[in-house]
Design a protein around this ligand. Structure first.
Ligand code: PEP
Length: 253
């Protein structure tokens, strides 16, 4: 059975005290949750340690938004997988479109991160997704396939189910434009065919949707057979809306 996940990506938001206040409120709201979804937050690096203490004994997963693949070295400003493992991090977002398009990360670099996260016992949450012009030119499947093959280059077919995928069409991130459930489902189903072609047990791979997920649209998105949860940016910043999203996700497990 593949995992069902609702994960929040806080991006570059919240000081340590703001992060603590939000998570404390979120934990209060989620304490009686018995649904099928696992849930977690990827705060900025600066708040990971404080949230580790707060989430102790709870079901909240703790994530990081990025990593460097090397365990240590002369990489000013970077954070290694070893450091994240030391902080008790459960999952690491890799290949987010903001990393790809603002910071110029390519599939080869992302593939090294995926490998390093797996090697350190954490879950990579690998983001893939096309830009608006690529969709308009009919290149969505080619782009997604290319990103998948490149980013999974160092993962064996047997290990692929340890990677969580997040399909995030770039045109839907932070724009308020959500892909329709049917559009997202089509790409998720395509992703499973690519994984199958790679020799993986595609039915065991968790594939999240990301891009302007909100309490109002999460039910219909997660109702789709190949959408196993969501990666949520803006709407995860408020505890009320994030708790609402987790509770409204379709209980299809
Ligand atoms: C994201 O940052 O991964 C994301 C999906 O953002 P938003 O929900 O704000 O579109």
């Amino acid at each position: 059975m593949r995992r069902r996940l609702i994960l929040g990506n806080w991006k570059m938001h919240k000081t340590v005290s703001e992060a603590e206040a939000t998570v404390q409120d979120l934990l209060d709201r989620m304490k009686d949750y018995r649904g099928p979804y696992e849930w977690g937050i990827a705060p900025p690096f600066t708040a990971i340690s404080a949230l580790r203490t707060l989430r102790e004994g709870t079901s909240m997963l703790l994530g990081a938004q990025n990593c460097h693949p090397e365990p240590q070295g002369a990489f000013t400003g970077e954070i290694s997988v070893t450091m994240l493992q030391d902080l008790g991090v459960d999952f690491v977002i890799v290949g987010h479109s903001e990393r790809r398009h603002i910071f110029g990360e390519d599939d080869a670099f992302i593939a090294r991160k995926v490998r390093a996260v797996l090697d350190h016992g954490m879950t990579p949450v690998l983001c893939i997704g096309e830009r608006l012009e690529e969709r308009e030119q009919g290149h969505t499947e080619a782009v997604v396939k290319h990103q998948l093959l490149g980013s999974l280059a160092h993962v064996s077919p047997e290990e692929i189910p340890r990677v969580v995928l997040a399909y995030e069409p770039v045109w839907a991130i932070g724009t308020g434009k959500t892909a329709t459930p049917e559009t997202a489902q089509e790409v998720h189903a395509f992703i499973r065919t690519v994984l199958r072609d790679l020799g993986a047990d595609a039915e065991e791979v968790t594939i999240l949707y990301g891009g302007s997920v909100k309490p109002e649209n999460v039910t219909n998105l997660t109702r789709m057979p190949d959408i196993d949860g969501a990666l949520v940016g803006g709407a995860s910043l408020q505890s009320q809306s994030f708790a609402h999203i987790i509770n409204a996700a379709f209980p299809n497990a």
